[in-house]
Design a protein around this ligand. Structure first.
Ligand code: GLP
Length: 243
């Protein structure tokens, strides 16, 4: 696992954008795994700027998103489909029919089959990841067991609390989500995890211990042969990580 210390959020976003740009230039028609959350927003803005001003070309790129809330229509302002359109897809020259975010409404079994089929058929060149305060990846919540493939998760109270800031009331936060499984994430050829903000507990378990702990799913990233973690310097200071 390669760890990069970023000066601040802007630096983390630029470094991440450089990595994605290199992947796109090496393989202009590859599939990229994407994440929502505040961690990758700066990277999406920088990639959008490079598309607009430097002709970084997304026209043949395919994307698959990590997760989606169960019960939210795609046009709901807190759905992850809406998030991706607003924060990224509407600002680059991607063909939206090449972007996949699991459907949150309709027959759950059908939606999961569609999600698993697309994961089975496509090799993810690089998977972008954020980390939940409880160490979750996508919506793979901590527990005694983790799941291989795309499935439905019951969200932890701490996840609901963390994501409540985006909803009018805490009760409006969906209780369930569809997510890629840990196996799906580990099968990506490369991983790119962005860590900043208030993720001290999860970052400590990932960077300062030697355990693979299902109660902190992010620790499994250590097993991947081509994983890059970018951490903001201020958070590294808090957990005492020196590189
Ligand atoms: C949500 C998403 C995760 C994301 C996490 C952290 O729970 N399902 O994929 O990593 O939020 O978000 P943020 O980057 O806003 O801290």
């Amino acid at each position: 696992m390669k760890v990069i210390l970023a000066k601040d959020y802007a630096d983390m976003s630029n470094i991440a954008a450089d990595i994605i740009e290199d992947v796109i230039k090496a393989k202009p028609s590859c599939t990229i795994g994407l994440a929502t959350g505040s961690s990758p927003v700066g990277m999406y803005q920088e990639l959008s700027r490079r598309c607009r001003e430097e002709n970084l070309d997304f026209s043949k790129i395919h994307t698959i998103n990590l997760d989606e809330y169960v019960g939210l229509e795609p046009n709901h302002d807190q759905s992850y489909r809406h998030f991706m359109d607003e924060n990224f897809f509407n600002h680059i020259n991607i063909d939206k029919s090449n972007t996949f975010v699991a459907k949150g409404v309709g027959d759950p079994e059908k939606n999961l089959k569609e999600f698993n089929d697309i994961l089975d058929k496509n090799e993810i060149e690089i998977q972008v990841l954020g980390i939940g305060p409880d160490g979750h990846l996508g919506f793979n919540e901590p527990g005694d067991v983790l799941y291989d493939k795309a499935h439905q998760e019951h969200l932890d109270e701490s996840t609901i609390s963390a994501n409540a800031r985006f909803f009018k009331n805490r009760e409006d936060v969906p209780k369930y989500a569809f997510t890629m499984g840990m196996g799906d994430i580990m099968r990506a050829k490369r991983l790119l995890l962005l860590i900043g903000g208030n993720k001290a507990e999860a970052a400590t378990k990932l960077l300062m211990t030697n355990t693979l702990d299902p109660h902190c799913p992010a620790t499994f990233i250590r097993m991947h042969r081509n994983a890059t973690v970018i951490i903001e310097q201020s958070l590294a200071d808090v957990i005492g990580y020196k590189g």
